[in-house]
Design a protein around this ligand. Structure first.
Ligand SMILES: N[C@@H](CCC[C@H](N)C(=O)O)C(=O)O
Length: 276
């Protein structure tokens, strides 16, 4: 089976072109290829499949084999794959996901896609739809007790669930200890991705992420969008924010008039390979 390893600011996935290949058990394959010692090494698996309603479909699986509804860094790489590997010659394409159809603008340099802008759609703030157990019509600056300590979180779904938590020191956070406790907390019936955030100024924030199903990753596109929405809801930043992640920066804009979030960032091929 042919595959391509790609990364978006260090959030790396194994991509399989299902216009040509057939994958019988994607969850098992995701676990196998993601292993950094016995597999290819990645944060998960992404299948690029034919779609009846868009230019292609993205099916994403975390490193533990669970299915994610949406992947921000992944969808930019899908855009690059579609163009660079000749599946489209358009510079605006649509991608079907479990979180709806996303429109991508591809920025081409020297014949290859270097950067992608994605219309990520509207953030979902209703607790039951995220889902998070909370009273009220939004979970903004909501207290949560984790391991005996009170944190404040703002919950946002970008098609997948996120809890945004503000901390004083992102660099020295014991994320391996606290991340799994948020992920499997009883208030998140479908588990959660957790972003730990420090606001640097009204246009810049720093974050680390503990991803549902993949542990700490170098970046999370949907997470960066959830962080920007949370910062704006809490009055901490303007509508356009640079989110600084371990693997690089993403530019996020929440156009509140249209109620749409836009994410812009790079997409990179690491290598092509063949799995026996
Ligand atoms: N890294 C991704 C998000 C991947 C899915 C997530 N772990 C989930 O289960 O929701 C991104 O860039 O958005």
């Amino acid at each position: 089976m042919k595959f391509t390893k790609m990364q978006g600011i260090g959030n790396d996935y194994v991509y399989v072109n299902c216009f040509e290949e057939k994958v019988e058990d994607p969850s098992a394959l995701a676990i196998q290829v993601s292993d950094r010692h016995f597999g290819i090494g990645s944060d998960g698996l992404i299948l690029i499949c034919p779609s009846e309603v868009a230019d292609c479909e993205m099916a994403m699986y975390n490193a533990d084999g669970s299915r994610g509804e949406m992947c921000g860094n992944g969808v930019r790489c899908v855009g690059k794959y579609m163009y660079d590997y000749g599946l489209t010659d358009k510079t605006e394409i649509t991608v079907e996901t479990l979180a709806g159809i996303k429109t991508l603008q591809l920025f081409v340099e020297n014949g290859k896609v270097a950067k992608v802008r994605v219309d990520m759609g509207s953030p979902i703030l209703t607790p039951a739809e995220i889902p998070v157990v909370a009273e009220g019509d939004k979970a903004v600056d909501e207290p949560i007790l984790v391991d005996g300590k009170e944190y404040h979180m703002t919950c946002v779904s970008m098609g997948n669930p996120h809890a945004v938590v503000y901390v004083d020191d992102v660099d020295n956070l014991p994320i391996e200890e606290i991340g799994p406790k948020f992920e499997s907390h009883e208030r998140f019936p479908r588990r959660v991705n957790t972003e730990f955030v420090k606001v640097l100024d009204r246009h810049t924030v720093q974050m680390r992420v503990w991803e549902r199903g993949s542990a700490e990753t170098l970046a999370c596109g949907t997470g960066a969008c959830a962080v920007a929405v949370s910062c704006i809801l809490n009055g901490l930043t303007e509508d356009e924010v640079t989110v600084k992640l371990l693997g690089g920066d993403l530019e996020i804009q929440w156009d509140q008039e249209k109620n749409k979030v836009y994410m812009t960032g790079p997409a990179t091929v690491v290598f092509d390979g063949e799995l026996k």
